[in-house]
Design a protein around this ligand. Structure first.
Ligand SMILES: Nc1ncnc2c1ncn2[C@@H]1O[C@H](COP(=O)(O)OP(=O)(O)O)[C@@H](O)[C@H]1O
Ligand SMILES: [Mg+2]
Length: 434
């Protein structure tokens, strides 16, 4: 094992995809001109190939000749090869997230692709396999998969087709703003429901290892409940170091989590015997790109901080719908923020019956369209739909609190407040549990 020099560490710790952890172990290896940096801490493993030139450190994937080398398989330490795409002549960063960067890349003949490079090494990330499978079916609402590159057996990069468009979230924020101003906004919930039904049908019929169907047992139910218990413990520990005002809010959210968890224990026993399948797994409105009448689902990795569960854990289809319902709540808060020019906390306090009614109608549009479109084989599996949906809306909100806290997005108040409302019976979906 080798240490990393100061310049490399300071570069890595200044990135938005850094690991937010107090103790980090760093390892740097040099292979030819590439510095392979791996930083580990708090259950995460950051990986970045770097180049140091004239005293400056930068990401190797920004370098044309480096990218062409790994795509051609000419760098033994990276496995896989992308000989099905031509020589890359242009690389342009497209988005930078907390755990990955996407680039728009183009060949000299003008063909455009999306290159996603992971900044985490995870052995339960099978996004390449999922995309390859969906792409092989010719689905037109999923990016076409071209190839992927691995590092030490871990997924490092995926190349897919590139879609122009805006996130569905932007669409919903606009639609909420229109509603708040007394006008009717454009609707896309029908199309989302239809596409989701097709996606589930494709995943339901998948026979590969990562998507084999299973059955809900008592042990599955216990695992779902223990996810929530783990999250409560995590939050309780974090709450110790907060100021009094935020601490109160966290404790209130924790009370809701505990109460709804206990209620869920009894109710979701009804789901024993149901079918479990691979679903999208992290279907929020920033994972849908809209362009006119067209719509694309992206990011098939699953939830980044699914602890203590595994991204390979199968779930029931209602969970994707639950994630969308929760995402609609986020877009309402974002609309309130824009309209009123207020802080997140003050905007949340403006959620009233009228806003909740917009959320409910928008959610129902997706649900109705999904249920009307989904094929019989899946529909037959949707016994106890309202119970499952209620539980997943609650469970997804507990995940969101953890995600927003670990990723330090500043949005944790949105799901925390939603959990408090759920206990008060103000969420029409979770109400089914009470
Ligand atoms: N096929 C694509 N075409 C165009 N943009 C994309 C595509 N895939 C991803 N993006 C853009 O990159 C962002 C991050 O990609 P995503 O797969 O969601 O990564 P992450 O796992 O980091 O969320 C998306 O929000 C979207 O803006
Ligand atoms: Mg994403």
């Amino acid at each position: 094992m080798y240490g990393c020099d100061e310049k490399v560490l300071s570069f890595l710790n200044n990135q938005i995809w850094r690991i937010n952890c107090k103790t980090i172990e760093a390892e740097c290896k040099r292979v030819d001109d590439t510095i392979l940096a791996t930083l580990s801490g708090c259950n995460e493993k950051l990986f970045a190939p770097l180049i140091e030139k004239s005293d400056k450190v930068y990401l190797a994937e920004e370098d044309l000749s480096w990218v062409n080398k790994i795509l051609k398989g000419n760098m033994g330490i990276f496995e896989g090869s992308c000989n099905n795409i031509g020589n890359i002549a242009k690389i342009r960063p497209s988005s930078m997230g907390g755990r990955s960067i996407t680039y728009e890349i183009a060949t000299s003949d003008g063909s455009k692709y999306l290159m996603k490079t992971m900044k985490r090494l995870e052995n339960d990330n099978v996004e390449d396999k999922v995309m390859n499978y969906l792409s092989s079916l010719g689905l037109d609402f999923v990016p076409k998969y071209f190839c992927s590159i691995k590092y030490g057996g871990y997924l490092y990069s995926i190349i897919t087709s590139y879609f122009e468009g805006i996130p569905a979230a932007t669409f919903y924020i606009n639609s909420a703003m229109e509603y708040m101003r007394g006008r009717e906004g454009k609707k896309i919930g029908n199309a989302i429901g239809e596409k989701l039904a097709l996606l589930h049908e494709a995943l339901y019929n998948c026979r590969e290892d990562f998507c084999k169907k299973e059955i809900v047992t008592n042990a599955t139910i216990e695992k779902w409940i223990s996810r929530i218990a783990w999250r409560e413990k995590f939050l309780k520990e974090r709450a110790e170091n907060l100021g009094p005002e935020e601490k109160n809010m966290v404790y209130e959210a924790l009370d809701s989590m505990e109460e709804l968890k206990e209620i869920s224990k009894g109710v979701i026993k009804n789901l024993v015997g149901r079918r479990l399948m691979r679903i999208h797994g992290d279907l929020h409105l920033y994972q849908i790109i809209v362009n006119g009448q067209e719509m694309y689902f992206i990011d098939f990795e699953g939830e980044p901080f699914k602890y203590p569960a595994d991204k390979l854990d199968k779930e029931t289809p209602e969970r994707d719908i639950a994630s969308l319902i929760r995402s609609i709540d986020y877009t309402a808060v974002m609309a309130l923020q824009i309209i009123n020019g207020l802080s997140l906390k003050d905007s949340i306090s403006l959620i009233d019956d009228s806003v909740l009614s917009w959320e409910h109608t928008s959610s129902n549009e997706i649900i109705t369209s999904y249920l009307n479109s989904v094929k019989k084989e899946i529909k037959e599996q949707l016994e106890n739909f309202t119970t499952a949906l209620a539980f997943w809306v609650f469970e997804r909100a507990t995940y969101e609190v953890i995600y927003e806290t670990i990723a330090k997005t500043g949005y944790h108040l949105i799901p925390m407040n939603a959990l408090i409302r759920m206990k008060e019976g103000k969420c029409p979906f979770v109400k089914q549990l009470l």
